[in-house]
Design a protein around this ligand. Structure first.
Ligand code: NAP
Length: 283
């Protein structure tokens, strides 16, 4: 299986590394070619165009920002759909709307490409460790073909139903993530106003029933008041917006959606989502 990998951002780089470490042949393409350097140094091949990448690969993986980015790499000028990809399998691991997943699956089908939506839960740490949770929508037989590679990227890869099922599950789990990070932020700010230090409160949360790997993982960042992006706040805002567009009643998620949008408008989008605490603090 020759793999074509598209998208070498915070997640794409460590995921591509894991496939290289598993001895897969990998060609890569990124909109900004210089970002490919770390994986080229490990033996990946560089494709100068998407057409070349499609030609050299049996299976394609896309891991880019949002609906517009995914549409650009599939359906834009010089995109995957314009290349000779008949019979190949494309696996989109980006977090996008279920409607866009279904739209792209249909567009792929028109040119004989099979399509899976397979977004992931877990940030850069799990991406490095190969312990992501992968949620897959599409034909079962296509899932089975991709599974050996997905198993190198995640600790679990679940087939959930037809196209759009993976991205639907992903929006649901990220709705909980957005609410949780805002909840932790409000708890810390509330405690601080009542004289309990952030360090004390983080310790209490970690030892309590609501202590999670998420809180423990963000503790150092919160204490240092430094938020380099593992999962950029702009992507969290995007996911809550997509969840909101599903039209289901989710009062807490709606409130979180407004908060992350506010933080985005205040220029915090490129920081980690945990920087929501800075925005809430300033209110
Ligand atoms: P990122 O670091 O912002 O990287 C985004 C990637 O998308 C880059 O390779 C970028 O190319 C590419 N891109 C953006 N617009 C494009 C366009 N119009 N055409 C072609 N390529 C385009 O994002 P990330 O953190 O890796 O996240 C990728 C996806 O995974 C997102 O959907 C995100 O929501 C999801 N996700 C992220 C995390 C996380 O913790 N980071 C966790 C789970 C899921 P350039 O290098 O040229 O900008």
């Amino acid at each position: 299986m020759k793999i074509g990998w598209i998208g070498l951002g915070n997640m794409g780089i460590p995921m591509a590394r894991n496939l290289l470490a598993a001895d897969y042949e990998l060609s890569v393409w990124n909109r900004s070619p210089e970002k490919a350097e770390p994986v080229l140094a490990l033996g990946a091949k560089s494709a100068t165009t998407l057409a070349q990448l499609v030609d050299e690969s049996d299976i394609l993986f896309t891991m880019v920002s949002d609906d517009a980015a995914v549409k650009a790499v599939y359906d834009g000028p010089g995109g995957i759909l314009a290349a000779a990809g008949k019979g190949k399998l494309a696996v989109d691991m980006s977090t996008i709307s279920p409607d866009t997943s279904r739209f792209l699956a249909a567009r792929c089908q028109e040119v004989g490409i099979r399509f899976l939506d397979a977004p992931v839960s877990g940030s850069v740490g799990p991406a490095k460790e190969g312990t992501l949770v992968i949620m897959v929508g599409g034909e079962k037989s296509d899932y089975e073909q991709a599974k050996p590679m997905l198993d190198k990227l995640g600790k679990v890869a679940l087939h959930l139903g037809p196209n759009g099922a993976g991205t639907s599950a992903k929006l649901a789990i990220n709705l909980l993530l957005g609410i949780t990070v805002q909840g932790v932020s409000e708890t810390l700010l509330f405690a601080r106003s009542l004289g309990i230090s952030t360090e004390q409160m983080l310790n209490i949360i970690s030892e309590s029933a609501v202590g999670t790997p998420l809180v423990r993982g963000k503790a150092a960042s919160i204490l240092a008041d430094d938020y380099p992006a593992a999962f950029a706040l702009k992507h969290m805002a995007k996911d809550l917006r997509l969840a909101s567009e599903a039209g289901v009643s989710t009062p807490l998620a709606e409130s979180a959606n407004a908060s992350y949008r506010h933080a985005l408008e205040n220029g915090l989008g490129d920081l980690d989502l945990m920087a929501i605490i800075k925005d809430l603090e300033g209110k």
